[in-house]
Ligand binder design. Sequence first.
Ligand SMILES: Cc1ncc(COP(=O)(O)O)c(C=O)c1O
Length: 500
Amino acid sequence: MNWKDSIINQLGKLNPKFLASVEKGMKAIPAVSQKIDAEYAGVMVELESSSKPYRKNFTTFTQIPDTGREYDVVLREMEAMREQEESQWKDGFVSGAVYHGDQKHIDFLNKVYAINSQANPLHADVWPSATKFEAEIVAMTANMLGGDGQNVCGTLSSGGTESILLAMKSYRDWGREKKGITKPEMIVPVTAHAAFEKASQYFNIKLVHIPVDENFRADVDAAKKAITPNTVVIVGSAPSFPHGAIDPIEQLSELARQNNIGFHTDGCLGGFVLPWAEKLGYPVPPFDFRLPGVTSMSADTHKYGYAAKGTSVVLYRGEELRHFQYFTTTDWPGGLYFSPTFAGSRPGALSAACWASLTTIGAQGYLSATKKILETADAMKKGIREIPELRVLGEPLFVIAFASDSINIYKVLDYMSHKKWSLNGLHKPTCVHICVTLRHTQHGVAERFISDLKEAVAHVKAHPEEKGTMAPVYGMAATLPLRGMVSDLLKRYLDVIFKA
Ligand SMILES: Cc1ncc(COP(=O)(O)O)c(C=O)c1O
């Protein structure tokens, strides 16, 4: 172990709260903060040049041009950018991201968008079509997720994160009104999506993390022990983003029901896969409103619902709970105002495209898409398991995380990136995942994935001296005990993203 690794190793054994306070104290020393700034500057220059590829060949605008540009010129520029960006996801090199991506489907959704581009559901009187589409998307999703006869209702949102934020805010307000809880707490498996931590930060709900078992499923006993009089909701994923594991929703939701606490199933990723997987005979444990303890769910239409980006559904058992999501004001000089979600005006065209996707694909279409995805994922899992240096984590259906006990998996990730793959590097534990979509079901993609992976493993094994490009960064991000520094780095990266 070199000196840097051993320092990190030793620091890793210290109490994180103590470290955070040391870190804060250290940053207050001018010499230390100057040194940190200097270190960051170098990293940022590199990040800036790699994240701004169009500065070279395209005009950069930092003010509105005096004379408007020609439509044709703008369209040509955008076509050129699309051409550069499209092939990677189109040819199935990307984990998740684009879930359908067939040109015919894209063209159709674009036409639907064009017809509805001016629609805004905020003005229900002007665009009753938008409200029709939204109400029916909610109804179809509720029906798909066991909501029939269960008084399940909901709203559309802009994506998985918004659906989760909305549900958590609803539980906070429900707890306050119904139980007088002023210091709300949410019980969340460590593997649940980061959006729950975002909800905790935004809405001041204490995040109580519970661990997962060896198959990355939430620990029910830990959930039981974590319940306090301030708990407003327990969360489970179906499945989780990192390892594609389905939490024990039946037990967790029953625990919540017995304690008169809300239970949210995060089906953002799996909401439009698991119902069809179950019909196809795959082993899908109960996860939806058929379980009496499940009081809300999120399911993303813009993932496996195959809609354009920008829609998701949040569902509630009963209108009373949904009311805690709504915003109304009666005394504003602008008149009576009410809106169901965080946004005011919303893109009705995206709701139209979502409705069009659900109704044109239909149950048969979802069944056959799911079949193709699960068969491809099975082939990929088999291929990974045949590589002796790798092991698949847990028992996933379609999000496959894999790790290695003998080689650095981040170097494998690096090698795969050089072969055009865009996979996700995860930590705690160190692993890589691929979220299988329809893009990977194209002829030859799964085979190419496995052969590239074999080549990557063989290369890393044969060249232990190579550091890799991103592998050290991933490694550091996972192990550096000064989490505040890592967080600072991420904020500075976001600053770079918004630099023209
Ligand atoms: C399980 C899960 N929940 C929530 C989200 C958040 O969705 P979005 O990125 O649409 O906000 C994701 C995204 O991948 C997810 O996998």
